[in-house]
Write a protein of this length. Structure first.
Length: 126
């Protein structure tokens, strides 16, 4: 019954956990694995009581990862053969991972070299 579902987070973000609001009944999510752009985040199991209604959220923590894509491999539900259902998934974590563009780095380096050059000329004149 493996089902793969990939979520695009829209940009590279730092995440540390996932919150799942499960569906009630035999089609509710039971066990699953998580993958990111950089590798496996682990295998997880829902609370056995999560098939009862109402559904409290379940929180699954993992080591912080900077990623844009998360893939959930659903490995089992609570017995329904035709599919697995869950209500909602949310990801929590830190801030957006910012990587400077090479052009910005070159521009800053050139500006610093110019400032040091002017300072050196002033020292020689004095």
């Amino acid at each position: 019954m493996p089902a793969w579902n990939t979520v695009d987070l829209g940009s590279v973000v730092n995440i540390t956990r996932m919150v799942v609001w499960n569906q009630a009944g035999s089609a509710s999510l039971n066990t699953f694995g998580l993958e990111s752009d950089v590798g496996s985040l682990g295998s997880y199991a829902m609370d056995p009581n999560s098939q009862d209604s109402p559904q409290p959220p379940s929180v699954f923590s993992f080591s912080a990862v900077n990623t844009r894509y998360i893939t959930m491999n659903i490995t089992s539900n609570f017995g329904y053969q035709d599919g697995t259902m869950l209500n909602e998934v949310a990801f929590e974590g830190g801030s957006v991972s910012v990587v400077p563009e090479p052009a910005s780095v070159v521009l800053v380096a050139t500006g610093l070299l110019g400032v040091f050059g002017v300072a050196r000329r002033r020292q020689r004149r004095a």
